[in-house]
Design a protein. Sequence first.
Length: 340
Amino acid sequence: MKTILITGAAGYIGGMLAEQFSHAPDLERVIAIDKNPMPEILRGNKKIMWITEELSEGVWRDKVRIFKPETVIHCAWQIKEVYGQKDLQKKLNIEASRRVFEFVFREAFVKKLIYLSTISTYGAFASNDLGRRFNEDSFLQEEDYLYGVEKREVERILDNFYKTSRESKQVIVFRLTSVTGPRGRYAAGKKGLLYMLQNVLPVMPVAGNNWCRQYVHEDDVTDAVAMFAFGKAPEPRLYEVLILAPDDYVMAANMAKIFGKKTLWVPTFLVRAAFFVAWHLTRGKITTGCGAWKFFCYPIPVSGVKIKEKYGFEYSYSSWEALSKDEGRYEANVNLKMKK
């Protein structure tokens, strides 16, 4: 393989993939696309061919076609909901993804597509039970939270592209649980729950007795993607969905302990009201859009064993270790943060 195309290369995961894959000795170039400028992690890297384009516009395809990438890794996503601009959100996510899939299935030189999805597509509901984990065959139920809704729609679009194409393509869909690690906590500018616990909230609000999260370490994510990007799947034509999530859960009380916080029980209706007020009062600057409150009240228990049993992948970190340890390929970011 000579060339890989990575979309969303200015983002958290896309940037790591571009940086790490560029060190592969048999890879000539990484074509990195994003609507945002090249991140610091990729500057000065001679194997990176950077394209600043918005994927839904389609202009990038002529630039990329010249280099005939064999593998496309689609990471690009507008995660933070754009307040009051659902048409723009749809353009940046659904239409952009459609353009990428059109490129993959029209160009014979592209043999493999890896798409990063999310376990949010299953939905966070009061009926979710830690004893019954979602797996790759479980029904995708999310209908409110825009991130999960759009990811669900894009999976449907991709599945349709595959089923209606006669081309021999390998498609891998990774449904990721919450991703964290040294780069995510200290260098990627993420401002979700972990950022709030570390820097904003004096206590950890808890709205349910069984609320918990699973975390996958950023190194495990890049290793899993690399296994399929550089390895050979058994069939030339393949559509495989894989959940990336270690077996263990981090319960609310343990999460609070990691960050040196006390827990504070809060009724569900109050969480919902607080999210609604924060969303409209800040006009979306605090990312608490429609349905987001559920993910802070109810768990989404998933099983990530398929990738282990079928493909021999081994997680290097448990959920607890991913969240509590500052270890990994980007642990130097911890020291940089401390110096600042």
